[in-house]
Design a protein around this ligand. Structure first.
Ligand code: SF4
Length: 144
């Protein structure tokens, strides 16, 4: 479990993403890039971020009291340009009714796997191969 917040350093006035972890720190900054993208969708451009965990590091005695933090990552880089383009394309697809299934280890516990063609779900035959988009009906509007 983790929680993420945007903080402003009152000394420098710089805003950064602080992602609080309960266990081990992630090996890369991909999640921070994702948070940056989400914040940007709401008009907040935050270009730095870091992880923190209350877990201590064997080699650092201070961490027993203060937990362990990563460096403050610069998120304004090529990774971000690719991550944001990937999300933008996915959003465009979803708005057109195109969902690209993402097969991972989590498929095992997926509640709709029986309907999913990528895992050869036994009910998958019931669904059309091509995505069909229908215009919203009056009834749909009433339910919104
Ligand atoms: S089984 Fe299909 S729908 Fe479920 S998580 Fe995997 S790819 Fe996604």
């Amino acid at each position: 479990m983790a929680t993420s917040t945007a903080f402003t350093d009152t000394n420098t006035g710089e805003t950064f993403i602080l992602d609080l972890k309960t266990g081990r720190l992630p090996a890369d900054s991909m999640q921070l890039h994702t948070y940056r993208y989400m914040l940007e969708q709401h008009g907040n451009d935050v270009t730095k971020g870091m992880f923190w965990t209350p877990a201590s590091t064997k080699t650092d005695k201070q961490s027993a009291k203060q937990g362990t933090a990563t460096e403050l990552y610069d998120l304004d880089n090529n990774t971000y340009r690719h991550v944001s383009s990937m999300y933008s394309q996915a959003m465009k697809g979803i708005s057109q009714g195109i969902f690209v299934p993402h097969v991972t280890a989590l498929c095992k516990g997926c509640p709709v796997r029986d309907a999913c063609w990528t895992v050869n779900g036994k009910e998958a035959y019931r669904y059309p191969i091509e995505t069909t988009i229908t215009a919203p009906t009056k009834e749909d509007k009433e339910h919104q």
